[in-house]
Structure formats: C-alpha cells, structure tokens
Design a protein around this ligand. Structure first.
Ligand code: GLC
Length: 746
C-alpha cells in the first residue's frame, strides 16, 4: 500500500513540475502573443515613442537638455521610459499621464541604484574587496527591495567594466581588475537585483553596463577611446557581460567609448553579432546618456539623422536623452533608410519587459505609498549595510599589532578632514536624501564604541587645499592622546563619472599632515577613504597601521569602529593593484612575462622595468591582512596529469595560527607555462573565503577542469593546449605559499 502511495505522490509531483515548466513556457509564449497583438495596433510614431527615454529632475546624471513638456509627451505616447524620477508619488503621477495615451502603454522607470537606494551600501569596488559573493548579492537584493517599493522598475547596474587603470574615476563603480572575480560579482549582483524574477514586487530589472570595454579608456580618461586586440576584448573585458547574460540580466547599457574607432552605440559587432547573436540576449539595450547623438562628436556620423540610423542598425534599442530616435526614425523609415522591422524588434524587446514586470496588468503596482513608507530604511537594512561595510575593509599594515585598539586607552585623537564627514562616506553614485538621512561619520562611530576613552578631535587640513593652518591644533590634539587615528582620502566626488585624475596621490597637504603627526612619536593609524587606489608611499613606508576603508555608505563610522576595536577582524583583499606611482599605470597582476622579465625590483639590467622605480606595485591584487595569521600546507593534487575531460582536485590545509578568529580568502592562481599565444604569469581561477577559530585548520579543495585551462587563440577559438601548468595558492597574488605543477596531456 505504501509503495502505491509513494508512486501516486511521485506522479503528482512530476505532473505539477511539468505543469510548472509548461506554465513558465506558456508565460513566455503568452507574453510574446500579447506583445505581437499590441504591436499590430501601434502606429510608427507610437513605436518610436517606446524607444525614447528622458530624464526626470530628481537627480542629474548627465548633461540635461530641457525641451518641451515631458508630461504632455508622455500623454501623447512619445516617451517609453523615464529615469531619475524619485518616489512613488512622482512615478504614479507620470504613470497616470501614460494611462491617458491612446494605447495606455505604461512607462518604465529607471534609476542608478548602484550601491543602495535609501540605505547606502559600500561602493561596488569596496564590496568587491570583501570577496564575499553572498553579501554582495544581499546588498543588491536590499537595494532592489527599497527601489522597487519606491516606484523604480529598473536599475542601471551592475557596472561590470573590468578596470586596470586607477586614474579612471569609475573604478569605484565596478569589481576591479580581474575578469574571474568580475564574472562572479556580475552574476551575484544581477541575481540580487532581479531576485526571484521579474514580476515579483521586490525585483527590479538589472542592466549590465557599459557595453563594452569602457574601463580600458586610454590614459584612464573617461569617455576616451579604447584600442585593443579582439583577443584581449574577448578574454579580459567581455566575460563579465556574458556572466550577466547567463545570470538573466534583463537589459544592457552601451558605453560612451569607441572600440577601435567604432562607437559602442553604433557597433553592431558587439551589440548584434555578440550580444544578441552569439549570446542570444533577449532583453533590450539602452544607450548611455546621449551616446547616440555623441556619435556626431566622435566624428562617426554627420548629424542626428545619421546617428539614429547607425544606432538602430547596430542594435541600440532605447535612446537615453539624445532625442535622435524621436526626431529622426520616422523619417528614416519613410525614406527607406531603416526597415520598420528593426524598430519592431526593439519595441518588442521593451514591451516584453513591461509585460514581464506586470505593468500592463497594473501600471501602479510599484507605486504604493504605504509599501514605500514601510520598506525604506529598515533597521535590518542598516544592520546589513554595516556588515557589508565591515567585510569590505582592507587592513594594509599593522606593525607591532597596533590594532585593534584597546578600550582601556585613556585618550584617542581623531585627526583629519574626513573624521566628521558624513556625505563623503556615501561615495559617488549615491542618492542624496538631504536632512532626512543619517550617515554615520567616523567620529560618531568611534563615539558609539569608545566607552571611557576620551576622544580628541582636530581636522588638521582640508581634503584638497594647501593650507597648513590646522596643523598646530592637530599636533596639540596628538600630543594629548595615547594613539592617533587619522581619516584621510578623497572627497565623495573625486572618484566617479567624469572624475579621472592624472595625480592619484593623497590630495592637498594630507600626507604632510600625516608626516607631522607621525613625527610626534605617537602610535598612528591612518584610515584611507577613497573611491580608487591612491598613491601614499611615505605613509605606507612610515606609518605603523594603515586601513583602506573606501567609501562605506550609511554605516561607515560604525563599521570602521567595529574593525578598529576588533569587534570584527578585517578580512578584505584588494580587488585592484595599488601602484607606487602613476608612472607605473597600467599595472595589473596578470601580465605577460616578456622576453626580459625583471627577476626582482633591483634587476634593471636590460630588463622589463624602470630605472627610477621598482617594477612591483605598492600593494598587490588580492592582498589584505588580518589581526590573525594563516598558514597554508599539505598541498595535494589528485593527479599530475589531466587527459580528456578529466578534472584534477587540488586540496590543501589552511590553519589559523594566531590568537583571534578570522577569515582568509584563499586564492588559487594558474599559469600555463608554454602557450601560443603566450599566457599571463598567473590568473585567478578559484578562491574561497574561510572563517577559522584560533588554531583551527580546514582542508580546502578546488577543482581544475579544462574550462579553467582554456583561452582564446588568435582565431578567437576557445582552446586548450597540452603542456605544463603551475598551480599557486596563497592569500595574495604576490604572496602565494604553495606551488605544484601538473600537465595537460591532450
Ligand atoms: C551616466 C552614466 C551611466 C548612467 C546613466 C544614467 O552618464 O554613464 O552609467 O547609468 O548616465 O544616469
């Protein structure tokens, strides 16, 4: 009898499962049917209206063109989407205007929800330093939960541009220099934003940007040209975008730069051949702000008429702010320059998403004032922001275990231009909530935990002016304290869009102030708050404790105090190489060996390096310290040869050899010793973040398969070549502890 029951249950489960997948497939077919039916009713002008996106006035994220009456345009179906419209009240009002249009097609509302909406999380580069994919996904999930409750359907994130040049201000917005880490973070962020799938009330459309290779702008100058071989494009810059497609990203945004002379927004190789062709992307592509019209400045087209033609043919579906489509597409169709099918394809991609979001069933489903009030700024979101912030902090130096600070200290002097700053803690691409916001400064965070310790304060200097007038007061504060903690770095808008810097040293007279305070002989801790790697050689050489805190968001001060007092043992690892000088840039860990590799920093005799500076970086990719120490040992490979589709498992022991529990990011790098074309001296291929108690050890296992050995040859074929491979394992790209080789036989 029991057996029969089990069979019946299994049958019901199978039916329901197939029913579910049929239901899901039906949903896709159903939506496509609805899209086709609606498209048949649309005039050419109404179709073009869906491809047109204007900005609202709540945020300014590009050069604003004020023209006409946007609400009236919405009523006439001339706008398909708006960005920078904040809050349920305003999105509802504009949606009501859209419902007065002939076909009542709802608007899509987009916003740069890059690292939080109402609660600000650490900037994406800081989160990347956590190497913790779960908290990165959670951060995006919370951002989506808040934004969707505030009428937003679509975030222009994640930015997945690999970036090897810290002069480029937008490094703050991405995941750093490594393709492998970048792919995993792209997937985590897309999953975080889209949650259980579009149509859920707490899901927003993700937007992988900026397609493509925007981070390779020559000289780190924003919007500048990109000039690279196709192999580098495919191997280094495209994979995070492919990871976003595989994770189901609903939309893409193209980039301002040209790639080898062809602006991305007019580049059918990347948008049609690769994205919509080879990768089968079904979503839609929005141009970056005005980039369609900017093809005129590029010198790629003569006017907006030609720009519209080039862009729609190249696969740019929606025109953000350039007005090229709304003013020219109709004429292009009537003059036979553009087939209406191209417009139909773009419209269908956009309408599909509006149906998928449930906006045709209820255009106001994301515009519920009660839900907005109940969702934004929840205490648990602030707690999560504090946790993500702690885990993003990187300990760069800690001589004589100066950190963590003891609560028994009688006095601590807090000195520097960023000690009391709140706005700077938010970083670029954050939303300014003005007086209603409460950002925790370092000063407040220290006050919350200092207990009986007396906190002294002196600003000492400004972030970037040349006055030394504040030094005296700062020296006085230092003289009265047992320990000095300095908060130095960039203003919140010194990294970000259009914020490239030729000089990435600590700005102003900050390093002079550090030298003056260090000269007092007091123990000094320097906190560096910035959106990018900075150059601070004197500080790195002379100050005993240095902590890179990036821009950590709403809970910055509390998170930093958690680390300074040891409530949390810092575990971050650098997602970008830190140069000793701008002269070393571009500098990254996965370089080619060359025919004359310098054997060490002193080796300059006919070697690849500099005669006036070390070749090595100041701090390497993957580097970061802890309050405890870790030991790597017992490296074992399941085989020393790999044939066919076999895999090799790599295991080793990681032990906490210190007195404090701590997390280590154990990293596995691979080198293909001989290959044509040549391969980098090392490439990150696996990592695991492990929490260990004092004395505890754990066996960690990674699997090496052929995919990890593969690369593009000059014909852009994804291949492997037989030969020797070297495995390197450790807690930093320049600090591998274990090495062993194996060979790929075929
Ligand atoms: C900006 C940025 C892009 C952003 C868009 C909308 O220029 O390049 O990342 O999403 O415009 O604000």
């Amino acid at each position: 009898m029991i057996q029969k029951t089990i069979l019946v249950i299994l049958a019901i489960m199978a039916l329901s499962q197939s029913g579910y997948s049929q239901k899901k497939a039906a949903t896709e077919a159903e939506i496509n049917q609805k899209v086709e039916a609606l498209l048949q009713k649309m005039t050419l002008e109404e179709k073009i209206g869906q491809l047109n996106q204007y900005t609202g006035d709540w945020e300014v994220t590009g050069p604003v063109t004020n023209s006409g009456n946007k609400v009236e345009d919405v009523r006439q179906g001339k706008i398909g989407s708006m960005l920078n419209v904040r809050g349920v009240k305003h999105t509802r009002a504009l949606q009501e205007a859209a419902m007065q249009s002939r076909l009542k097609i709802p608007l899509l509302f987009g916003q740069d929800v890059i690292h939080g909406y109402r609660v600000t999380f650490p900037i994406p580069l800081a989160e990347a330093a956590s190497w913790d994919l779960d908290i990165i996904e959670k951060s995006a999930r919370i951002a989506a939960t808040e934004a969707s409750a505030s009428g937003i359907h679509w975030t222009f994130a994640p930015m997945v541009d690999v970036a090897r040049d810290p002069r480029w201000g937008r490094v703050m917005e991405g995941a750093g220099e490594d393709t492998y880490l970048g792919c995993l973070i792209a997937k985590a962020r897309v999953k975080g934003f889209q949650g259980k799938g579009l149509g859920n009330l707490d899901a927003v459309m993700a937007c992988a940007k900026h397609f493509a290779a925007y981070g390779a702008a020559i000289g780190g100058r924003d919007y500048n040209s990109v000039d690279m071989g196709l192999r580098t494009l495919w191997e280094v810059y495209l994979p995070p975008f492919k990871a976003a497609v595989d994770a189901g990203a609903a939309t893409f945004m193209n980039s301002f730069n040209d790639i080898n002379g062809i602006p991305a927004t007019g580049n059918s190789y990347i948008q049609r051949d690769i994205l919509k062709g080879k990768w089968g992307f079904k979503g839609f592509v929005v141009s970056d702000w005005g980039s369609i019209g900017e093809m005129i400045q590029h010198g790629y087209v003569k006017d907006n008429y030609e720009a519209a033609e080039a862009a729609i043919k190249a696969g740019s579906d929606m025109d953000m702010e350039s007005r090229s489509y709304i003013n020219n597409l109709s004429k292009l169709v009537k003059e036979g320059k553009v087939k209406e099918d191209l417009i139909n394809d773009a419209v269908k991609r956009i309408l599909y998403k509006k149906f998928e979001l449930g906006l045709f069933d209820n255009p106001y489903r994301f515009s519920d004032e009660k839900r907005e009030r109940q969702t934004l700024n929840k205490p648990e979101f602030l707690d999560a922001a504090r946790d993500v912030a702690r885990k993003s902090i990187v300990l760069l130096k800690n001589e004589n275990q100066l950190l963590p600070l003891s609560k028994e200290l009688k006095s601590v002097a807090l000195i520097g231009p960023l000690v009391k700053s709140e706005k700077d803690m938010q970083g670029f691409w954050s939303i300014d909530w003005g007086k209603e916001d409460h950002l925790i400064s370092l000063f407040e965070g220290m006050k919350n935990q200092a207990g009986k310790t007396r906190l002294l304060y002196a600003k000492g200097c400004e972030i970037s002016d040349t006055s030394r007038a504040g030094f005296t007061e700062a020296l006085k504060a230092a003289s009265e304290a047992e320990v000095v903690v300095m908060a130095m770095g960039e203003k919140y808008d010194m990294s970000g869009e259009a914020k490239s810097r030729a000089n990435i040293h600590l700005p102003g007279v900050q390093e002079e102030l550090i030298r003056a305070i260090q000269a007092t002989g007091k123990p000094v801790v320097v906190l560096l708050m910035a959106g990018r790697p900075l150059v601070f050689n004197w500080t790195a050489d002379h100050v005993p404790a240095i902590v890179y805190t990036w821009w950590l968001g709403s809970q910055a001060g509390n998170a930093i105090a958690d680390v300074l007092y040891g409530n949390y043992n810092p575990s971050g690892k650098l997602p970008m190489t830190f140069p000793r000088s701008e002269g070393q840039i571009p500098i990254y860990y996965n370089y080619f060996n060359t025919g004359r590799p310098a054997q060490n920093d002193q080796d300059t005799h006919y070697r690849s390096g500099y005669i006036d500076m070390q070749k090595s970086p100041r701090f390497a990719f993957g580097y970061g310290l802890s309050y405890t120490t870790f030991e790597y040992g017992d490296l074992k490979l399941s085989a020393d040869k790999m044939t066919g589709n076999e895999k090799i498992s790599v295991s080793f022991t990681l032990r906490n050899t210190g007195k404090t529990a701590g997390e280590e990011v154990a990293q596995l790098y691979l080198r293909d010793m001989v290959a044509q074309p040549v391969r980098p001296v090392k490439e990150l291929k696996a990592f695991q973040k492990v929490l260990l108690k004092p004395g505890e050890s754990k066996t960690i296992t990674f699997t090496i398969d052929k995919e990890k050995l593969s690369f593009y040859n000059d014909n852009l074929e994804w291949i492997t070549q037989p030969g020797e491979f070297k495995i390197m394992i450790g807690g930093s790209s320049d600090g591998t502890k274990l090495e062993q080789s194996f060979s790929l036989v075929d």
